[in-house]
Design a protein around this ligand. Structure first.
Ligand code: 80F
Length: 312
């Protein structure tokens, strides 16, 4: 199988290693024949990116004619480009897409899925929500139930920062640690102002609650007004401040909240994320790493394995 990859940062590099190391054991024959970044197109596989050619990702699509397109490029919340055009063109040619990039889906979920369906192509997006912890793919397995409400901690960077602040570290040092560990977005403002969690909630609302919403429909704020004093004050009351995403009847919201130990989200610390899904049959809570290059790459790779070796 020929693959074209857009983006080659922390996640792209981790994914390349996963594909190389794990595909043979799983009976998958994947060859990444092209990698595109802002610097051009790399046609021969190398550990470090060196462009072999100038050109855009759409030119690379024509050049390589892949079976699979993988998007591990930075989120562009202005218009979702160049990823959006890449998905629409690939899907209209019947080429499957797997992505870790939330922006195109948070801005144009319905449009992308309609093109996929019309052309019998698939879109994998597990890594966009909770990285390698099955959230989207858990929901795929729960299709027989009707999802009524979703609540979660959906951003690893902010949960890591809040946890470290609770341990006494200042905000900026905690953010720097999260960046060093590869948890943060290319622009970390997208994490701390709630944008990233709002994008994930938009994707979940579309997929699980079948609401045709976009990022504009989410009311969100981040953690920038959380001070050390506020964290300490919450701790004195036996509580913790968490950035909570909520989607239910009518409301789509991401905001900080003081929660107590009885709340299943209270014990979710560090880069760990959690998703509490209420369906008409049962409530399911899933907890696991929400960020990290290997974790996000694992989410992408899991989609590829499910697409070609399982059911999707
Ligand atoms: P990084 O900045 O390392 O790399 C981005 C790559 O995209 C670079 O190669 C860059 O050249 C390329 N690129 C940017 N704009 C381009 C353009 N216009 N054309 C071509 N190439 C372009 O970013 P990461 O960390 O590798 O992330 C890649 C994608 O994975 C992004 O969309 C992330 O949102 C997504 N992702 C990353 C995660 C992580 O842990 C997690 C899941 C998805 O919860 C949190 O705290 C979240 N911040 C993490 S979610 N790194």
């Amino acid at each position: 199988m020929k693959a074209l990859m857009l983006g080659y940062g922390n996640v792209g590099k981790a994914l390349n290693s996963l594909i190389r190391e794990r595909s043979p054991k799983l009976g998958l024959d994947i060859k990444v024949e092209g990698v595109v970044t802002r610097r051009g197109i790399m046609l021969n596989q190398r550990e470090d990116f060196h462009p072999d050619k100038e050109g855009t990702v759409l030119e690379a699509l024509d050049l390589i004619n892949p079976d699979l397109v993988i998007d591990v490029s930075s989120a562009n919340y202005e218009d979702g480009e160049p990823s959006l055009s890449l998905y629409l063109e690939s899907l209209s040619r019947g080429i499957n897409v797997v992505t870790a990039n939330k922006a195109p889906l948070a801005l144009n979920f319905s449009r992308i899925m309609a093109v996929a369906e019309k052309n019998g192509a698939k879109v994998g997006f597990q890594a966009t929500v909770m990285s390698g912890t099955p959230s989207i793919n858990l929901l795929r397995a729960m299709r027989a139930a009707e999802v009524r409400k979703i609540r979660g901690i959906l951003n690893g960077t902010t949960n890591y920062i809040l946890t470290r602040m609770n341990e006494g570290l200042d905000y900026l040092s905690a953010l720097k640690e999260a960046q060093r560990r590869g948890y943060a977005e290319t622009d970390p403002e997208h994490d701390v102002n709630g944008f990233d969690a709002a994008a994930k909630l938009t994707i979940l609302a579309n997929f699980a609650l079948k609401k045709p919403v976009t990022l504009k429909d989410v009311e969100f704020s981040g953690i920038k007004d959380v001070t050390q004093d506020k964290v300490k004050e919450a701790a004195r009351k036996g509580k913790k401040i968490k950035l909570i995403a909520n989607a239910g009847e009518g409301s789509l919201r991401v905001m900080t909240s003081e929660i107590s130990p009885e709340d299943p989200l209270y014990h979710v610390d560090g880069v760990t994320n959690a998703l509490d899904v209420h369906t008409d049959v049962q409530e399911v809570v899933i907890i696991g790493p929400g960020a990290g290059p290997l974790n996000a790459a694992f989410g992408v790779f899991s989609d590829i394995v499910l697409m070609y070796k399982g059911t999707f």
